[in-house]
Design a protein around this ligand. Structure first.
Ligand SMILES: O=c1ccn([C@@H]2O[C@H](COP(=O)(O)OP(=O)(O)O[C@H]3O[C@H](CO)[C@@H](O)[C@H](O)[C@H]3O)[C@@H](O)[C@H]2O)c(=O)[nH]1
Length: 454
């Protein structure tokens, strides 16, 4: 039974997640947290990757654009900018109609007090402002990525010359030019970055799925520049540990296998939910793991290698060599895996969720960034927080083997990541920064609600 009864709930928040799985999940976690503070929560979603209603009985759901068909991300050949452009164009009118409809019913129903939307769903800004709804942005990537994108946006001078790649970025020397979060240069890129930035800078507040102890200097820099209150309340997935999803029985088998491995010995390998690799990279990764002599647990999604079943492309000789110490899964409960005592390192593409999940569990990283913000995150992991090693250059079996060996023998890196894990734990405690920022966020929304009612 809910601690707060339905009739006692006050304040109605409309949450608009982006349908990509790694964006959807932080927003749903945020919804759970806000619901625990007595708000009504309505989740707006598209027909693409709709959330599973039965896992969230406490929320209301509204599907917008019933007959507006959205193509899946893969139809855009991995071009996130083209995907976002299409997504925002198709959602704007249905979302407007939904809010107008809610406004006309406001005398009877619990009126909406605020729209909270993923920064990349930038159509929400114009609609909410036009209809005079309070709006707050959720950012699901790092503060460093935000700064990198702002610099790109203001100094748009692509394409970057080859000889500049190793140079530090003048406005942000923690990054080299080649670490900048460049996305595609599709004709909409500039327009999309402008929309995302303008929407963020003019919001009432920004919620960040990041952690004060990791990026406080950057948050201060951003706040000075844009004068919008920032609430770094992450890692959202960790706040909601108690709400963790069920583990399927086939996934349970992998956890049982982990139980049998030596402490801190297993290399966990995953490159997230959308990134793909070539057949050549798959083979180099496989032989690098095999030659490292460490046990490994590897997430090989069905669509990991474009156009064919990735597992079938692994040679029989590889399976033979690693039979007793390697496991391949199509999907795993990643947070549970990272928290397992047998995990010794995470070979990751450094998506932001994976990066903070790894830090939160004190697991050092082998960074193999592919696109966009992953390069920024990898640079911070390897050179700012110094809790990992980056695989530079073309992926090779020797590179993977030698990086795994170096990481397992680096006591410094292991100690630093354990220290960082402790700082994250402190952040999440009742008086810690993440909890404190969350408390302030709730107060801010309640205050604004009152102003709106007056
Ligand atoms: O077997 C698996 C593999 C992944 N995950 C989860 O899937 C999420 C993956 O998210 P992330 O690490 O952020 O990677 P992507 O799916 O690639 O995320 C996209 O969105 C992120 C947030 O904006 C960006 O940082 C990335 O660059 C972008 O590719 C994480 O929560 C993982 O725990 C699982 O639960 N099981």
């Amino acid at each position: 039974m809910d601690r707060i009864q339905q009739k006692e709930r006050k304040g109605h928040l409309v949450l608009v997640p982006c349908p990509l799985p790694s964006h959807m999940s932080p927003m749903l976690h945020l919804g759970k947290l806000l619901h625990s503070q007595g708000f009504f929560i309505t989740i707006i979603h598209t027909q693409l990757n709709p959330p599973n209603y039965s896992q969230y009985p406490e929320f209301s759901f509204e599907s917008i654009g019933g007959d507006v068909l959205l193509e899946s991300y893969s139809a855009f050949d991995g071009d996130v900018m083209l995907f976002l452009s299409e997504l925002n164009m198709k959602c704007e009118i249905p979302f407007h109609d939904f809010l107008v409809n809610m406004q006309s019913r406001r005398r009877y129903d619990n009126p909406i007090s605020c729209v909270i939307y993923d920064a990349v769903m930038y159509f929400c800004a114009g609609v909410a402002d036009h209809l005079k709804f309070l709006r707050i942005v959720l950012r699901t990537s790092s503060a460093a990525n935000y700064i990198g994108l702002s610099i790109l946006h203001e100094n748009y001078c692509l394409p970057i010359q080859e000889h500049q790649l190793e140079e530090p970025v003048a406005e942000f020397p923690l990054l080299r030019v080649k670490d900048m979060p460049l996305f595609s240069t599709c004709k909409h890129t500039r327009e999309i970055l402008t929309c995302i930035h303008n929407g963020t800078k003019t919001a009432s507040a920004i919620i960040w799925n990041s952690i004060w102890c990791l990026e406080h200097a950057l948050f201060e820099r951003i706040e000075d520049e844009i004068l919008v209150p920032i609430y770094p309340i992450g890692p959202l997935q960790k706040h909601c540990g108690s709400f963790s999803t069920n583990v399927l029985s086939e996934e349970q088998n992998f956890l049982v296998w982990l139980d049998k491995q030596a402490p801190s010995s297993v290399v966990y390998v995953s490159i997230g939910s959308v990134v793909t690799m070539t057949e050549d990279e798959l083979l180099e990764m496989a032989w690098g793991l095999a030659n490292s002599d460490q046990p490994f647990l590897w997430v090989v999604r069905a669509c990991l290698v474009d156009g064919s079943d990735a597992v079938e492309q692994l040679p029989e000789e590889f399976h033979e060599t690693t039979r007793n110490r390697g496991k391949i899964a199509s999907w795993l409960p990643q947070q549970k895996v990272l928290a397992h005592k047998s995990i010794g390192c995470f070979l990751t593409h450094n998506g932001w969720n994976s990066t903070i999940e790894s830090i939160a569990e004190g697991v050092p990283m082998l960074c193999w960034p592919r696109v966009g913000d992953q390069r920024v995150n990898a640079r911070f992991v390897s050179h700012v927080w110094r809790v990992g090693i980056q695989l530079e250059d073309r992926l090779s079996r020797d590179g993977v083997e030698s990086a795994v060996r170096t990481l397992f023998s680096s006591v410094d890196i292991q100690e630093r990541v354990k220290e960082l894990k402790k700082k994250v734990e402190i952040s999440m405690r009742q008086e810690g920064p993440s909890s404190d920022f969350f408390g302030r966020l709730v107060k801010n929304i309640r205050l604004k609600e009152k102003t709106i009612r007056l």
